[in-house]
Design a protein around this ligand. Structure first.
Ligand code: NAI
Length: 307
């Protein structure tokens, strides 16, 4: 069974209706998972028509965000400005927009005007600290706000990182933890409010070390994954296959963000600087499956080793 593919009708206890803002890769995948779990979802995007297009695309056999037509009926796609009021009766509003603190904070200000008392707001940010997102927000918002960091693709990745702030209501955290565990099939971990939380902080080191060693030892992608992938519990894709799947441009994205927020004397700073190979692949558009191929098509570009 895939995480969250239970098709129970009706609400999820305290959480009966969910809003998702940002109908990109993550927001659409999260909305699909919530709908597959049997709840009504409002999915909004700032680009007119984008949310409707995302739902239409998810109905096709795209496994990462796939929604059964029966479940897609539960998703109400709309445009941010015209349909903002539809968030008013949502019990949990998940923000999955562009990774810019200013844009996220502006959206939270607007949310304060429409969301109902006791509703929970969470950010899917992968790198921004809660303290930065909640800065200058009113106490009402801070009490209902936490980070819920889903992983791509939400349907298959069971981990959910939760970060609560000093002002977050314990009941809000408990409600999300319970819902994610019981309705979405997630393994929930509580993280401190530190750059990269847990998984990306460790994952970045691990990807960087795997790439560096593969280059130094002259390994093929398959050989490197045979050592550093499956034995460490990576799904059958392996490390390099996972990078091809999520997009190789995520590597400097996470690395740069960590470098911007880690203290100057952090012992692992050097590891977060992207390999020249990665920068070259991105410059050439070889960002993985969404681009012109990635690590698993290196050989088609004349290289059978990672170099
Ligand atoms: P994306 O670029 O695929 O989608 C973002 C969507 O948000 C776009 O459709 C865009 O039109 C929309 N948008 C931008 N500003 C908006 C606004 N003010 N109001 C409403 N919609 C707006 O991005 P993706 O990858 O889905 O990432 C979303 C969030 O999830 C980011 O915070 C990112 O760091 C985080 N994240 C991404 C992961 C990944 O693997 N891509 C994994 C985990 C978290």
């Amino acid at each position: 069974r895939r995480a969250g593919d239970r098709d129970g009708a009706g609400g999820g206890g305290v959480i009966g209706k969910v809003g998702v803002i940002g109908a990109g890769l993550m927001g659409t995948g999260i909305a699909a998972q919530v709908a597959n779990a049997g709840l009504p979802v409002v999915l909004l995007d700032i680009v007119p028509g984008a949310a409707a297009r995302a739902v239409a695309a998810a109905l096709k056999a795209e496994p990462a965000a796939f929604m059964h037509p029966r479940n897609a009926k539960r998703v109400e796609a709309g445009d941010l400005d015209a349909d903002f009021g539809k968030l008013a009766d949502c019990d949990w509003i998940i923000e999955a927009i562009i990774e810019r603190p200013g844009a996220k904070r502006e959206l939270y200000q607007r949310l304060e005007a429409v969301r109902k008392d006791g509703s929970i707001v969470s950010s899917n940010t992968s790198t921004i600290r809660l303290a930065d997102l909640a800065a200058d927000m009113p106490p009402r918002f801070a009490a209902d706000f936490l980070i819920t960091h889903f992983f791509n693709p939400p349907r298959y990745m069971r981990l959910l990182e939760i970060v609560a702030g000093p002002a977050t209501r314990p009941q809000a955290v408990a409600a999300i933890r319970d819902f994610a565990d019981r309705r979405l099939g997630k393994t929930v971990i509580d993280c401190a409010d530190t750059p990269g939380f847990i998984a990306n902080r460790i994952g970045a080191l691990w990807i960087s070390a795997a790439t560096r060693h593969a280059i130094d030892l002259g390994l093929s992608v398959e050989e490197a994954d045979a050592v550093a992938g499956k034995p460490f519990g990576v799904p059958k894709t392996g490390i390099f296959g996972l990078l091809d799947l999520v997009g190789i441009d995520i590597v400097p994205h996470v690395g740069d963000s960590l470098l911007a927020s880690l203290p100057p004397d952090d012992p692992y700073r050097a590891v977060h600087r992207a390999e020249p190979l990665i920068a070259r692949m991105i410059a050439e558009g070889r960002t993985g499956r969404k681009g012109k191929g990635g690590f698993y098509t290196l050989h088609r570009n004349g290289a059978d080793r990672v170099k």
